[in-house]
Write a protein that binds this ligand. Structure first.
Ligand code: CP
Ligand code: NVA
Length: 309
Protein backbone atom coordinates (compact mmCIF):
# COMPACT_ATOMS: atom_id res chain seq x y z
CA UNK A 1 0.00 0.00 0.00
CA UNK A 2 2.62 2.50 1.13
CA UNK A 3 4.51 2.15 -2.17
CA UNK A 4 1.32 3.15 -3.99
CA UNK A 5 0.87 6.18 -1.70
CA UNK A 6 -2.09 4.52 0.04
CA UNK A 7 -2.60 4.86 3.80
CA UNK A 8 -4.94 3.31 6.34
CA UNK A 9 -6.59 5.57 8.90
CA UNK A 10 -6.84 3.45 12.04
CA UNK A 11 -5.47 5.52 14.95
CA UNK A 12 -4.71 9.23 15.18
CA UNK A 13 -1.23 8.66 16.56
CA UNK A 14 -0.24 6.66 13.48
CA UNK A 15 0.37 10.15 12.03
CA UNK A 16 2.67 13.06 12.81
CA UNK A 17 1.32 16.35 14.06
CA UNK A 18 2.01 17.99 10.68
CA UNK A 19 -0.03 15.36 8.85
CA UNK A 20 -2.98 15.69 11.23
CA UNK A 21 -2.94 19.48 10.84
CA UNK A 22 -2.61 19.14 7.07
CA UNK A 23 -5.68 16.86 6.96
CA UNK A 24 -7.62 19.35 9.10
CA UNK A 25 -6.60 22.23 6.78
CA UNK A 26 -7.73 20.20 3.80
CA UNK A 27 -11.03 19.53 5.55
CA UNK A 28 -11.58 23.28 5.90
CA UNK A 29 -10.77 23.85 2.22
CA UNK A 30 -13.02 21.10 0.89
CA UNK A 31 -15.77 22.08 3.32
CA UNK A 32 -15.74 25.64 1.95
CA UNK A 33 -15.90 24.29 -1.58
CA UNK A 34 -18.85 22.00 -0.84
CA UNK A 35 -20.68 24.69 1.15
CA UNK A 36 -20.25 27.15 -1.73
CA UNK A 37 -22.29 24.82 -3.94
CA UNK A 38 -19.28 23.95 -6.09
CA UNK A 39 -19.82 20.49 -7.58
CA UNK A 40 -17.01 20.20 -10.09
CA UNK A 41 -14.31 19.01 -7.68
CA UNK A 42 -14.62 15.26 -8.15
CA UNK A 43 -11.41 13.60 -6.92
CA UNK A 44 -13.23 10.32 -6.18
CA UNK A 45 -14.71 10.08 -9.68
CA UNK A 46 -14.72 6.46 -10.84
CA UNK A 47 -13.92 5.20 -7.34
CA UNK A 48 -16.01 3.01 -5.07
CA UNK A 49 -16.00 2.56 -1.31
CA UNK A 50 -17.25 -0.46 0.65
CA UNK A 51 -18.70 0.52 4.01
CA UNK A 52 -18.96 -2.35 6.50
CA UNK A 53 -21.20 -1.81 9.53
CA UNK A 54 -21.32 -4.43 12.28
CA UNK A 55 -23.05 -1.84 14.52
CA UNK A 56 -25.81 0.73 13.93
CA UNK A 57 -25.03 4.25 12.73
CA UNK A 58 -26.56 7.46 11.47
CA UNK A 59 -23.72 10.00 11.29
CA UNK A 60 -20.96 7.66 10.15
CA UNK A 61 -23.02 6.04 7.46
CA UNK A 62 -24.63 9.18 6.07
CA UNK A 63 -21.54 11.39 6.30
CA UNK A 64 -19.26 8.86 4.59
CA UNK A 65 -21.77 7.96 1.90
CA UNK A 66 -22.75 11.56 1.17
CA UNK A 67 -19.22 12.91 1.36
CA UNK A 68 -17.84 10.27 -1.00
CA UNK A 69 -20.69 10.91 -3.44
CA UNK A 70 -20.30 14.70 -3.36
CA UNK A 71 -16.67 14.28 -4.40
CA UNK A 72 -17.58 12.01 -7.30
CA UNK A 73 -17.44 8.50 -5.84
CA UNK A 74 -19.92 5.71 -5.17
CA UNK A 75 -20.29 4.15 -1.70
CA UNK A 76 -21.91 0.81 -0.82
CA UNK A 77 -23.57 0.23 2.53
CA UNK A 78 -23.04 -3.27 3.93
CA UNK A 79 -25.09 -3.66 7.10
CA UNK A 80 -24.74 -6.06 10.02
CA UNK A 81 -26.71 -8.78 8.22
CA UNK A 82 -24.95 -8.50 4.86
CA UNK A 83 -21.38 -9.57 5.45
CA UNK A 84 -21.55 -10.91 9.03
CA UNK A 85 -17.82 -10.54 9.24
CA UNK A 86 -16.22 -13.19 11.42
CA UNK A 87 -19.40 -15.25 11.38
CA UNK A 88 -20.36 -15.94 7.78
CA UNK A 89 -16.84 -15.29 6.57
CA UNK A 90 -13.44 -14.60 8.09
CA UNK A 91 -12.28 -11.00 8.26
CA UNK A 92 -9.14 -11.69 6.22
CA UNK A 93 -11.27 -13.19 3.44
CA UNK A 94 -13.66 -10.23 3.48
CA UNK A 95 -10.66 -7.90 3.16
CA UNK A 96 -9.14 -9.73 0.21
CA UNK A 97 -12.43 -9.88 -1.68
CA UNK A 98 -13.62 -6.31 -1.11
CA UNK A 99 -10.31 -4.75 -2.13
CA UNK A 100 -10.68 -6.41 -5.51
CA UNK A 101 -13.90 -4.48 -6.18
CA UNK A 102 -13.36 -1.28 -4.20
CA UNK A 103 -10.76 1.49 -3.96
CA UNK A 104 -11.25 2.09 -0.25
CA UNK A 105 -12.90 0.30 2.71
CA UNK A 106 -14.51 1.93 5.73
CA UNK A 107 -15.58 -0.29 8.61
CA UNK A 108 -17.38 -0.02 11.95
CA UNK A 109 -16.73 -3.13 14.02
CA UNK A 110 -16.77 -4.52 17.54
CA UNK A 111 -13.30 -6.03 18.12
CA UNK A 112 -10.43 -3.68 17.27
CA UNK A 113 -8.55 -6.68 15.91
CA UNK A 114 -11.09 -6.80 13.07
CA UNK A 115 -10.07 -3.39 11.76
CA UNK A 116 -6.39 -4.33 12.10
CA UNK A 117 -7.04 -7.53 10.13
CA UNK A 118 -8.97 -5.69 7.43
CA UNK A 119 -6.06 -3.25 7.07
CA UNK A 120 -3.51 -6.05 7.03
CA UNK A 121 -5.18 -8.09 4.31
CA UNK A 122 -6.74 -5.40 2.09
CA UNK A 123 -4.54 -3.86 -0.59
CA UNK A 124 -6.60 -0.64 -0.44
CA UNK A 125 -6.83 1.95 2.39
CA UNK A 126 -8.96 0.97 5.39
CA UNK A 127 -10.66 3.70 7.42
CA UNK A 128 -11.72 3.08 11.02
CA UNK A 129 -15.37 4.11 11.47
CA UNK A 130 -15.37 3.12 15.19
CA UNK A 131 -14.30 0.03 17.07
CA UNK A 132 -14.74 -0.95 20.72
CA UNK A 133 -11.31 0.65 21.20
CA UNK A 134 -11.41 3.97 19.33
CA UNK A 135 -13.19 6.39 16.98
CA UNK A 136 -10.54 8.44 15.18
CA UNK A 137 -12.80 10.00 12.51
CA UNK A 138 -15.01 11.42 15.26
CA UNK A 139 -12.11 13.03 17.06
CA UNK A 140 -10.78 14.52 13.79
CA UNK A 141 -14.21 16.12 13.26
CA UNK A 142 -14.14 17.33 16.87
CA UNK A 143 -10.69 18.87 16.37
CA UNK A 144 -11.95 20.65 13.24
CA UNK A 145 -14.95 21.97 15.20
CA UNK A 146 -12.75 23.26 18.02
CA UNK A 147 -10.44 24.99 15.53
CA UNK A 148 -13.46 26.65 13.87
CA UNK A 149 -14.97 27.84 17.15
CA UNK A 150 -11.90 28.67 19.23
CA UNK A 151 -9.30 29.33 16.53
CA UNK A 152 -6.98 26.49 17.47
CA UNK A 153 -6.80 23.23 19.36
CA UNK A 154 -3.30 23.78 20.75
CA UNK A 155 -3.41 25.09 24.29
CA UNK A 156 -7.12 24.47 24.84
CA UNK A 157 -8.57 22.54 27.77
CA UNK A 158 -10.95 19.73 26.75
CA UNK A 159 -12.76 18.01 29.61
CA UNK A 160 -14.49 14.75 28.80
CA UNK A 161 -17.10 13.72 31.36
CA UNK A 162 -18.32 10.11 31.56
CA UNK A 163 -17.14 6.65 30.55
CA UNK A 164 -13.47 6.09 29.66
CA UNK A 165 -14.44 4.54 26.33
CA UNK A 166 -13.48 4.48 22.62
CA UNK A 167 -14.01 8.24 22.31
CA UNK A 168 -11.62 8.86 25.20
CA UNK A 169 -8.96 6.61 23.67
CA UNK A 170 -9.02 8.69 20.49
CA UNK A 171 -8.80 11.92 22.51
CA UNK A 172 -5.78 10.48 24.35
CA UNK A 173 -4.12 9.57 21.07
CA UNK A 174 -4.81 13.05 19.66
CA UNK A 175 -3.23 14.55 22.79
CA UNK A 176 -0.15 12.44 22.15
CA UNK A 177 0.30 14.23 18.80
CA UNK A 178 -1.03 17.76 19.42
CA UNK A 179 -0.30 19.78 22.57
CA UNK A 180 -3.52 20.54 24.41
CA UNK A 181 -4.88 19.78 27.87
CA UNK A 182 -7.12 16.70 27.95
CA UNK A 183 -8.95 15.71 31.12
CA UNK A 184 -11.11 12.62 31.45
CA UNK A 185 -13.42 12.84 34.47
CA UNK A 186 -14.97 9.43 35.10
CA UNK A 187 -16.27 7.36 37.99
CA UNK A 188 -13.79 5.01 39.66
CA UNK A 189 -13.58 1.77 37.68
CA UNK A 190 -14.52 3.43 34.37
CA UNK A 191 -11.12 4.88 33.50
CA UNK A 192 -9.79 4.54 29.95
CA UNK A 193 -7.45 1.69 29.04
CA UNK A 194 -4.35 2.03 31.24
CA UNK A 195 -1.89 1.16 28.48
CA UNK A 196 -3.32 3.80 26.15
CA UNK A 197 -3.24 6.43 28.90
CA UNK A 198 0.36 5.56 29.74
CA UNK A 199 1.37 5.70 26.10
CA UNK A 200 -0.25 9.11 25.65
CA UNK A 201 1.39 10.51 28.80
CA UNK A 202 4.74 9.06 27.75
CA UNK A 203 4.49 10.82 24.38
CA UNK A 204 4.95 14.03 26.40
CA UNK A 205 2.98 16.24 24.01
CA UNK A 206 -0.36 17.19 25.59
CA UNK A 207 -1.16 17.53 29.28
CA UNK A 208 -3.24 14.51 30.26
CA UNK A 209 -5.26 13.93 33.42
CA UNK A 210 -7.60 11.11 34.42
CA UNK A 211 -9.63 12.20 37.45
CA UNK A 212 -12.76 11.30 39.42
CA UNK A 213 -13.75 14.79 40.65
CA UNK A 214 -15.89 16.16 37.85
CA UNK A 215 -16.61 19.60 39.36
CA UNK A 216 -12.94 20.31 39.89
CA UNK A 217 -12.12 18.96 36.43
CA UNK A 218 -14.39 21.23 34.38
CA UNK A 219 -13.13 24.52 35.88
CA UNK A 220 -11.72 26.72 33.13
CA UNK A 221 -12.61 24.27 30.36
CA UNK A 222 -12.81 25.45 26.75
CA UNK A 223 -14.85 22.35 25.93
CA UNK A 224 -16.94 20.03 28.09
CA UNK A 225 -17.51 16.80 26.17
CA UNK A 226 -19.88 13.96 26.86
CA UNK A 227 -20.83 10.57 25.40
CA UNK A 228 -23.28 7.81 26.30
CA UNK A 229 -22.61 5.85 29.48
CA UNK A 230 -23.36 2.52 27.77
CA UNK A 231 -21.73 2.19 24.35
CA UNK A 232 -22.90 -0.07 21.53
CA UNK A 233 -22.40 -3.64 22.72
CA UNK A 234 -22.95 -2.61 26.38
CA UNK A 235 -26.64 -1.76 26.25
CA UNK A 236 -27.50 -4.60 28.67
CA UNK A 237 -25.34 -2.79 31.26
CA UNK A 238 -27.31 0.46 30.88
CA UNK A 239 -29.19 0.12 34.17
CA UNK A 240 -26.13 -0.67 36.26
CA UNK A 241 -24.12 2.05 34.52
CA UNK A 242 -26.77 4.69 35.24
CA UNK A 243 -26.26 4.05 38.92
CA UNK A 244 -22.48 4.00 38.69
CA UNK A 245 -22.42 7.30 36.76
CA UNK A 246 -24.54 9.34 39.21
CA UNK A 247 -22.96 12.80 39.47
CA UNK A 248 -21.49 12.61 35.97
CA UNK A 249 -24.41 14.11 34.07
CA UNK A 250 -23.49 17.31 32.23
CA UNK A 251 -26.17 19.75 33.39
CA UNK A 252 -26.53 23.53 33.42
CA UNK A 253 -24.96 23.70 36.89
CA UNK A 254 -21.81 21.87 35.73
CA UNK A 255 -21.55 24.12 32.66
CA UNK A 256 -21.72 27.14 35.02
CA UNK A 257 -18.83 25.72 37.03
CA UNK A 258 -16.92 25.20 33.78
CA UNK A 259 -17.17 28.93 33.12
CA UNK A 260 -18.41 31.34 30.48
CA UNK A 261 -16.07 30.33 27.66
CA UNK A 262 -16.96 26.61 27.75
CA UNK A 263 -18.60 25.00 24.74
CA UNK A 264 -20.51 21.75 25.07
CA UNK A 265 -19.74 18.90 22.64
CA UNK A 266 -21.10 15.36 22.28
CA UNK A 267 -20.31 12.83 19.55
CA UNK A 268 -24.03 11.83 19.44
CA UNK A 269 -26.34 9.97 19.63
CA UNK A 270 -27.14 11.55 23.02
CA UNK A 271 -29.47 10.20 25.65
CA UNK A 272 -31.04 13.42 26.88
CA UNK A 273 -31.75 13.29 30.60
CA UNK A 274 -29.08 10.64 31.13
CA UNK A 275 -25.49 11.78 30.43
CA UNK A 276 -26.61 15.30 29.42
CA UNK A 277 -29.67 17.42 30.11
CA UNK A 278 -31.98 18.69 27.42
CA UNK A 279 -31.13 22.23 28.56
CA UNK A 280 -27.41 21.76 27.86
CA UNK A 281 -28.04 20.14 24.47
CA UNK A 282 -30.18 23.14 23.45
CA UNK A 283 -28.05 25.88 25.06
CA UNK A 284 -26.27 28.52 22.91
CA UNK A 285 -22.93 27.07 24.03
CA UNK A 286 -23.84 23.64 22.62
CA UNK A 287 -22.06 23.02 19.30
CA UNK A 288 -23.13 19.40 18.84
CA UNK A 289 -24.69 19.93 15.41
CA UNK A 290 -21.83 21.82 13.75
CA UNK A 291 -19.72 19.05 15.30
CA UNK A 292 -21.86 16.35 13.66
CA UNK A 293 -21.72 18.21 10.34
CA UNK A 294 -17.93 18.21 10.48
CA UNK A 295 -17.85 14.42 10.40
CA UNK A 296 -18.38 14.62 6.67
CA UNK A 297 -15.76 17.29 6.05
CA UNK A 298 -13.10 15.72 8.25
CA UNK A 299 -13.66 12.33 6.64
CA UNK A 300 -13.50 13.71 3.11
CA UNK A 301 -10.04 15.03 3.94
CA UNK A 302 -9.07 11.73 5.60
CA UNK A 303 -10.13 9.81 2.48
CA UNK A 304 -8.23 12.19 0.19
CA UNK A 305 -5.14 11.61 2.31
CA UNK A 306 -5.67 7.84 2.42
CA UNK A 307 -5.95 7.66 -1.35
CA UNK A 308 -2.93 9.92 -1.86
CA UNK A 309 -5.07 12.57 -3.62
N1 CP B 1 -21.01 9.79 16.33
C1 CP B 1 -21.27 8.70 15.59
O1 CP B 1 -20.39 7.96 15.20
O2 CP B 1 -22.60 8.54 15.28
P1 CP B 1 -23.25 7.25 14.59
O3 CP B 1 -23.13 6.13 15.59
O4 CP B 1 -24.66 7.64 14.32
O5 CP B 1 -22.49 6.94 13.33
N1 NVA C 1 -19.05 5.37 22.70
C1 NVA C 1 -20.12 5.31 21.74
C2 NVA C 1 -19.85 6.22 20.58
C3 NVA C 1 -20.94 6.30 19.57
C4 NVA C 1 -20.61 7.17 18.41
C5 NVA C 1 -20.32 3.88 21.28
O1 NVA C 1 -19.31 3.20 21.02
O2 NVA C 1 -21.46 3.43 21.19
Amino acid sequence: KAELGLKDFLHIDDFEKETILKILDRAKEVKALIKSGERTYLPFKGKTMAMIFAKPSMRTRVSFETGFHLLGGHALYLGPNDIQMGKREETRDVARVLCRYNDIIMARVFAHQDILDLAKYATVPVINGLTDFNHPCQIMADALTIIEHIGQLEGTKVVYVGDGNNIVHSWLLLASVIPFHFVCACPKGFEPDARTTKKAIKAGVGKIEIVNDVKEAVKGADVVYSDVWASMGQKDEAEYRRKAFQGFQVDEELMKIAGPKAYFMHCLPAERGVEVTDGVMEAPYSIVFPQAENRMHAQNAIMLHALGL
